[in-house]
Ligand binder design. Structure first.
Ligand code: SF4
Length: 333
């Protein structure tokens, strides 16, 4: 349990003094991977630099994610490089594409086909940093359990896009054997927790799935402080998210979109306004559906009920009758 999948070619690359960049987003997989890599490094004494890297997507991020990344890096005694798309954040890019594509009838949102959110805001800025090293391993917390596509990924492979032409098509072991400083850059991808289950990830981060579910129940009952007290992982798991990524991810479930909207209302309203303005939906009408989810709550002072949607309020609101400012119960819809 908690062993890392470490192919011999990766061990050899580490012995050669490769730089190791641990990608973290603040979510559960990155929390486990940074802890596991820090422990492995302490045990094996790698000679190359090891650091954490976070590609920050600006307004598309949960506000808690960057502080979480900083905390994870500090707790594991690693430097953190925060990288971003130079031309503006993901929302800037979405708006720019909306204007460019206006009139040609083509959707502008990122999607599984045009995944520019990832390529331009994560992969590109991260690779710019990786290019600083002649021999570098990009460590990511990808797991087989997450999707059939991820299950098919090898635990380690040559990162062709930023590897010198001579080595980019070589088999992993051959590329490592052939590499020398004068040969040009060799970059590898390594997914050491590819075989871990979600339960193992929670356990390694110091909690369990059962504990998360118990805390989530407390949160939904309005016992917010109790629910979050002592919780070491991203708080979005207690708010109700199954996965933590962008606050509105094109791949998210309806549940995660709704929880993200309630906790990031400004981002939600912004994206929803682009749907209305353009006539193109973010993801099969999903934001419109989220906006339509409403609940009714009585004012604790005068008892007059008011209806709220996910987009209406976050933590507190004014009673429309007596103007008392009160908090909506957590997890109310
Ligand atoms: S989390 Fe989702 S929306 Fe954000 S970059 Fe990744 S795929 Fe795109």
């Amino acid at each position: 349990m908690f062993d890392l999948a470490t192919p011999p070619a990766i061990e050899q690359t580490l012995r050669l003094g490769a730089a190791v960049a641990v990608s973290i987003s603040g979510g559960k997989d990155s929390q486990s991977i940074i802890k596991a890599i820090a422990a492995h490094r302490a045990q094996h004494g790698w000679t190359g630099p090891v650091f954490a890297i976070h590609a920050h997507l600006g307004r598309a991020e949960w506000r808690e994610s960057l502080p979480m990344c900083r905390r994870l890096a500090a707790a594991n005694e690693l430097d953190l490089a925060v990288v971003r798309r130079a031309q503006g954040d993901l929302f800037d890019q979405i708006v720019s594409r909306m204007h460019k594509k206006a009139g040609d009838g083509q959707p502008f949102w990122p999607g599984s086909v045009a995944r520019y959110c990832t390529s331009d805001n994560k992969r590109g800025p991260i690779e710019k940093k990786l290019r600083e090293f002649p021999l570098v391993i990009s460590v990511e917390g990808i797991r087989a359990e997450e999707s059939p596509a991820r299950a098919k990924k090898p635990v380690a492979q040559v990162r062709e896009r930023i590897t010198t032409t001579k080595l980019k098509k070589a088999m992993l072991a051959d590329a490592v054997r052939s590499w020398e400083p004068a040969a040009g850059r060799l970059a590898l991808n390594w997914y050491p927790i590819h075989h871990w289950t979600e339960a193992e990830v929670y356990q390694y981060a110091g909690h369990s799935l059962d504990e998360r579910n118990e805390r989530w129940a407390l949160y939904r009952a309005g016992r917010v402080e109790e629910a979050l007290q002592g919780w070491q992982m991203h708080p979005a798991y207690i708010y109700g998210n199954d996965r933590v990524s962008c606050n509105a991810c094109i791949l998210a479930s309806g549940n995660d979109l709704a929880v993200g909207a309630r906790h990031n209302p400004a981002a939600f309203r912004f994206l929803r306004s682009l749907e209305v303005q353009s006539g193109f939906s973010f993801k099969n009408g999903s934001l419109e559906q989220v906006e339509g989810i409403v609940g009714r709550f009585p004012c604790p002072v005068c008892g007059v009920e008011a209806a709220f949607s996910y987009a209406d309020a976050y933590w507190q609101t004014d009673c429309p009758a007596c103007l008392t400012v009160y908090r909506l119960p957590a997890g109310w819809a």
